[in-house]
Every structure is written in structure tokens, then in C-alpha cells.
Design a protein around this ligand. Structure first.
Ligand code: SF4
Length: 274
């Protein structure tokens, strides 16, 4: 049986075929970063080329970026912050140590932003800003429910507060594929108790991963009920939406070249992970 290295152990593997949605989001984020950091057209084009994004996804991401820029360029309620003396707070990588734990929260934040909720400048506060692209089935209400349920803001709000940035919450700005695009501004806040539990939960999950690694290693499947997201996330045809399903619950020693051809070594998107 063929046994090939499954990419670097620390960074893992990704599906060789990237989804349209992933490429579209990456193009949109790249253009936002270029705009916020004042990149030249040459540098932006070179980065787009380097990303090898799908042509249709690139076109779509560019159209959504144009609509987003038109909507917000003159809106004085939003003001991107400096991260430090030399860097604007756009696409910022961070590492925040969890108190009382050997683990850290590592990530990349779209932006740190001042957002004025009310009518006067005294209503302005600091927020973690996040951009989302969405399809034409999206509604503001559906997106609000999705973000309220998501644990993403627990991570970012906790991380920024641990790093001494007193953010009020996480501010999502959604741009949709409707014609013309719709724009939703959705602020999400969290209670102190929810944030405390989230930190404990991150610590607990990291400890469990270490225990699984030492008990089963990375080569053998770990016991997993499969009854929660994303394992139970199936399309209308009943097929799994998990991109790794073909490898699921199989030891590395049983994987064939055909299995591995569907994946490529992960390019770490964080330099902190290199
Ligand atoms: S590979 Fe996918 S389906 Fe299998 S355990 Fe992991 S997330 Fe769940």
C-alpha cells in the first residue's frame, strides 16, 4: 500500500480543488488589504496572479469589492485604526496567550476599526471588523442569526482584549451578490461570562487535541461521533459537505495515491504558523 507524506504535520493538507466561494472571498480580502494599505496596481495585480484564483471568482470578487468601496468610501462612521506606529490595522496576524493555559489564540483579523453607532463622535467605539461576501439568497436576518450563533466573534473579541485592545465587539460588514448588491452592518457583542467560557473551551479543545495525538498519533483515526457540524453537514443529495470526507476515519497507511491526489500540502496563511 502506498504511503505518502500528508504534507507538513504542523500545517496539514487542503483540497487540491478550491471552491469558487473560497477564491471569491480571498480575492475580495486581498483587494481590501490593497486598498487599506495603499498598494500600487502592479503589486495588487502581482498578488492576484500569485494567488492563482479562478477567473470567474476573481471577476466576482472584484465586482463585490467595487460595490463595497462605493458604499463605504465616504462613510465617516467607519475609520480603520493603526495597529502600531508603522502598520495600519488591516489583515493583522496576532497571538494572544490564554491566561492560566499553555495555549494561545492565533489568527488574522480583517481590521481593527472605530465605528460610530450613534449620531455623535462620542458614540464611536473600537471594534474587530470583518468583511463577508454572500450570495443572492442572503438576507440581513439570516446573516444576523448566523453571526449570533457563530463562535468566531468569541475568538476575536477575547484575543483583542487579551492584547489590550478594548473592543466593544465584532462588526460584520456583508456585501451580497444581489443586483445591485445589498450591504448589511451587523454588530455582535458578547457577555463577559460567554467570553470566559469560550476561553476555557479553547483551552479544553487544545488539551483534547494533545491527548488524542499522544494516544492515537496523527496517523490513526480518532474516535469521533460524527453527529455534529461539520460531519453531519450534508447537501440536498445527502452527500457530505466535508471536503475531507474521503479521508475520514481511515488510517494514513490505508490511503492510496488516488486519495492523496485530491489534496495538496497546506500553504500556511499565517506566518505565525510557518
Ligand atoms: S473528516 Fe470531516 S466528516 Fe470526518 S471527522 Fe473530520 S470533519 Fe468530520
Amino acid at each position: 500500500m502506498y504511503k505518502a507524506p500528508l504534507g507538513d504535520k504542523k500545517t496539514g493538507i487542503s483540497p487540491a480543488q478550491r471552491s469558487f466561494w473560497l477564491d471569491r472571498g480571498s480575492v475580495f480580502h486581498l483587494l481590501m488589504e490593497a486598498h487599506n494599505k495603499g498598494w500600487s496596481k502592479e503589486k495588487t495585480d502581482a498578488k492576484l496572479k500569485e494567488g492563482q484564483f479562478d477567473a470567474k471568482a476573481t471577476q466576482n470578487g472584484q465586482a463585490l469589492f467595487a460595490s463595497f468601496s462605493q458604499r463605504y468610501n465616504c462613510d465617516k462612521r467607519f475609520s480603520i485604526q493603526q495597529w502600531n506606529e508603522s502598520n495600519i490595522a488591516s489583515e493583522i496576524e496576532f497571538e494572544a496567550k490564554i491566561p492560566g493555559s499553555p495555549h494561545s489564540i492565533i489568527g488574522k483579523m480583517d481590521e481593527l476599526i472605530s465605528y460610530c453607532e450613534g449620531t455623535t463622535n462620542s458614540d464611536a467605539g473600537l471594534w474587530v471588523g470583518d468583511y463577508k461576501t454572500a450570495n443572492a439568497k442572503a438576507t440581513e436576518n439570516k446573516k444576523r442569526i448566523e453571526f449570533e450563533d457563530s463562535s468566531q466573534s468569541d475568538f476575536y473579541i477575547n484575543a483583542m482584549r487579551l492584547l489590550g485592545r478594548p473592543v466593544k465587539g465584532m462588526l460584520y460588514r456583508v456585501v451580497t451578490e444581489h443586483v445591485p448588491s445589498q450591504h448589511y452592518i451587523i454588530p455582535i457583542t458578547r457577555s463577559e461570562s460567554r467570553l470566559d467560557v469560550a476561553l476555557l473551551n479553547i483551552h479544553q479543545t487544545c488539551e483534547m487535541i494533545e491527548m488524542m495525538l499522544s494516544t492515537f498519533s496523527a496517523e490513526k483515526p480518532w474516535p469521533h461521533p460524527g453527529s455534529s457540524f461539520p460531519c453531519n453537514w450534508r447537501g440536498i443529495n445527502g452527500r457530505s459537505n466535508c471536503e475531507f470526507e474521503t479521508l475520514c476515519r481511515r488510517p494514513s497507511s490505508e490511503l492510496t495515491q488516488a486519495d492523496l491526489d485530491q489534496f495538496v500540502p497546506n500553504k500556511p496563511h499565517l506566518s505565525l504558523m510557518e
